[in-house]
Design a protein around this ligand. Sequence first.
Ligand SMILES: NC(=O)C1=CN([C@@H]2O[C@H](COP(=O)(O)OP(=O)(O)OC[C@H]3O[C@@H](n4cnc5c(N)ncnc54)[C@H](O)[C@@H]3O)[C@@H](O)[C@H]2O)C=CC1
Ligand SMILES: O=C([O-])CC(=O)C(=O)O
Length: 350
Amino acid sequence: MNRTPAQLMSLISSITPKLIRHASASLHSIKARKVAVLGASGGIGQPLSLLLKLSPMISNLSLYDIQHAKGVGADVSHIETRVKVKAYVGNDELADALKGMDLVLIPAGVPRKPGMTRDDLFITNATIVADLVSACAKNCPRAIIAIITNPVNSTVPIASAIMKAYNVYDEKKIIGVTTLDGLRAATFVAEAKGLDSTRVFVPVIGGHSGNTIIPLLSQISPPVPFSQPELDSLTYRIQNAGTEVVEAKAGAGSATLSMAHAGARFSFSILDALNGKAGTIECGYIASPVTEFKYFATPLLLGRNGVEKSIGVGNLSEYETKLIEKAKHELNAHIEKGIDFAKQYLSKSK
Ligand SMILES: NC(=O)C1=CN([C@@H]2O[C@H](COP(=O)(O)OP(=O)(O)OC[C@H]3O[C@@H](n4cnc5c(N)ncnc54)[C@H](O)[C@@H]3O)[C@@H](O)[C@H]2O)C=CC1
Ligand SMILES: O=C([O-])CC(=O)C(=O)O
């Protein structure tokens, strides 16, 4: 049926108030939260801030860096969403950046260059994370802290030790972001098996470096059989995907865009769960209540207070049990290195 412009206008104005009422009803059922990005001017920080600015689950976005954050903040703030953006630069502005935050994302620190391991970043990034988490302990002790900065295997134990020293530790609220490992696993498996990658879920457990990244291809959803050569090549690719990007970038850093997407997805799951959405699950690296390791990534059930519980590692195949065995020494060494560093850091800062 052909309508005149006037008829169309009349139709639109009769429908629009209903749409607006519907949209605002669903938006009112969520409480918009305050989120900070520490390291907001970086390769990850900038696209992550952009993606967060698009979310109706966020009321305030606090962008902090030691450089350039005012420019990033001005730029992102022009996007026509409701999220209020404020930028903070330098240590003097850090406390204000953190006050009242519900979720703090930390991608601050140096990335790898070809030939480096994530552990090679420890010397610089351990202090950066310790300083930033100390500021969180003082200014937003109840916030969920999501750590992206490598080496995640060590920076999460450091963050936990700092929060403990300030008597504000809550194991539900400190999470190492390993989401990218799961997204890569889903992508590579879908490519290899001709599946829709958006419908594939691969639990990835362990840590976030080389051998410590353990994809559970026996527990993939939907279930798919793999030959031994497929298991070997997919496991190798998932464990070395970060290095694949570092080498392709040839000295210009590591994964930033895929990590920003992974960080945003992780954040939205956290915010969904804070708002009471049941059954929200993401993998993450936490103080482990369910394994022999002090810290370990597993699928996590998220809830109103952060991590509700670890779902555990499920029924492992013989192949996966061997992968854990192979990761043991490296993962434990990374954890202890973080714990030892935190002791020294705290003894110096007293
Ligand atoms: N968890 C994961 O899956 C992944 C982790 N990463 C890690 O994320 C980190 C950041 O990577 P990129 O964004 O590519 O690096 P980048 O160098 O592009 O950005 C880092 C930003 O941190 C800032 N920064 C440095 N010290 C700071 C401090 N004390 N306070 C606040 N900001 C500070 C820098 O000014 C810079 O803007 C690296 O450690 C990298 O290894 C990267 C990809 C994936
Ligand atoms: O590989 C790196 O250095 C960055 C990282 O953690 C990843 O891409 O998984």
